[in-house]
Design a protein around this ligand. Structure first.
Ligand SMILES: [Zn+2]
Length: 124
């Protein structure tokens, strides 16, 4: 026999986990062990169990949200954001930069060798 729930009780955890089944990670930091994830009330009112008011967070981020250390707005933005990184944006000019650095290093090495050779010839 299943334990009875008090009348009017809403299992908001179950509701949130089912509704956001494709986002079972902490929306703020990305932590992904679903067993420890918690469901927070964005407006801080435990009686407001509309899915739009529920957020999936790890215990640390849940506490930070409740203390006002992270904003609801950011949690919502992170909920709706893709978790696929755009590496092409970040790595756009790394090839060119690396080539420039190599060129620079080679030139510096050649200068150094040239000066050493000149000094060696002078002190002969
Ligand atoms: Zn977190």
């Amino acid at each position: 026999m299943q334990p009875k729930q008090p009348k009017g009780h809403v299992n908001y955890r179950k509701r949130a986990l089912e509704h956001y089944h494709d986002r079972l990670h902490c929306w703020y930091c990305g932590f992904g062990f679903s067993q420890i994830l918690e469901v927070a009330h964005l407006d801080g009112r435990r009686e407001n169990n509309a899915v739009a008011n529920l957020a999936i967070l790890c215990p640390t981020c849940h506490k930070m949200l409740d203390l006002g250390l992270i904003s609801k707005r950011i949690v919502i933005a992170m909920r709706d954001r893709s978790r696929i990184g755009q590496w092409s944006k970040r790595m756009k000019d790394t090839g060119k930069k690396a080539a420039a650095t190599r060129k620079c290093n080679v030139a510096a090495l050649q200068r150094k060798r040239h000066l050493a050779a000149v000094k060696a010839a002078e002190t002969k």
